[in-house]
Design a protein around this ligand. Sequence first.
Ligand code: NDP
Ligand code: MG
Length: 383
Amino acid sequence: MKKIAILGSTGSIGTQTLEIVRYNRDIQVTALAAGSNIGLLEEQIREFAPKVACVWDEARAAELRVKVADLEVKVVSGMDGLIQAATEPEAEIVVTAVVGMIGIRPTIAAMEAGKDIALANKETLVTAGHIIMPLAKKKNVKILPVDSEHSAIFQSLQGAAGNPVAKILLTASGGPFRGRTRAELADVKVEDALKHPNWSMGHKITIDSSTMVNKGLEVMEARWLFGVEMDQVQVVIQPQSVIHSMVEFADGAVIAQLGTPDMKLPIQYALYYPERRYLPGERLNFWELSEITFEKPDFENFRGLSLAFEAGTTGGSLPTVFNAANELAVSLFLDRRIGYLTITDMIESAMRHHKTVQNPDVDQILAAERETYEYIKAKWALN
Ligand code: NDP
Ligand code: MG
């Protein structure tokens, strides 16, 4: 039996990870963690019998303790609890599928404990890639990408050991607003932005896909994961989401991974790497798929993407500011408190205001996050 812990088990990636566990029957779940959804977490505890379950909020954890009093599970809470879940002694792989920078500390703790990481949480590498990648090397642990593009790149690199990557071609669907101008984006509503043409995901990442901020975060993530410079990562719009990403080598050969848009493939690949298991579901049908088309990304109208390249190129604490400003802005947009274009205005304003610290430690990263929130709240008079 393979043993895993899942942080963010009640979310989009978390529940799909559990579908794979349910289907394969040879993985044991030793720890689960969620934010506040104790209803679903209780169901998961009853089905998968983890040793540890974490709920972020202590009051909700106390409620859960009463509900599962008949079971052996230890219910913990807060950051200490999340770290306990991440370091549960038996787990070999920790799936980091929480949303936000809350993922940094538990990921580091899991690596320190010698566990491989199936990494979904983008914020970890975007903000702390300079800490995570050397630590992975030092502790000899694997970072197995779950994000579909990074999994595609990782799959394309199999068998290429020793051959440096010339270029990473990171594909993007372009989201629901591809082709629109800034003026046409001004009155975008929450409902419109939540409709992704090809992928079904959590709310925050769906908004990020519509603004192209998601692709920007992925460029920064790719740079750390695959040890390349920002200018070696090229975004290619491929609206049908068939090519999940590609790698170009020194001789000009391009290797790609193709498939249907289903996150279960990259999740399962990360859990069983290097083995490929059967995965039920649709297959690509090249007769029905009449064309695969390509476009250049629109950096002018989708400011989030150009700001991400700027943040990644400057590095240090600036990617944290980019990410934190976006996180706050997206939650305000989802609460219908700001307009769609204000998302990128907030990111840009916070980046211009920030004085970049090079090589920030975790405390400095979290301080940059807090300062970004405070700056935006003050500037936009929010409470
Ligand atoms: P969701 O919003 O669907 O799920 C987030 C999960 O994190 C939930 O289980 C939530 O619990 C939990 N959570 C939130 N806050 C805390 C906290 N403070 N402590 C512990 N758990 C917490 O997000 P997704 O699954 O879509 O995304 C997760 C991560 O994976 C993100 O970083 C995203 O960028 C990345 N990703 C997602 C992809 C996708 O297809 N969805 C693709 C590639 C990457 P609760 O339900 O209780 O709130
Ligand atoms: Mg992705």
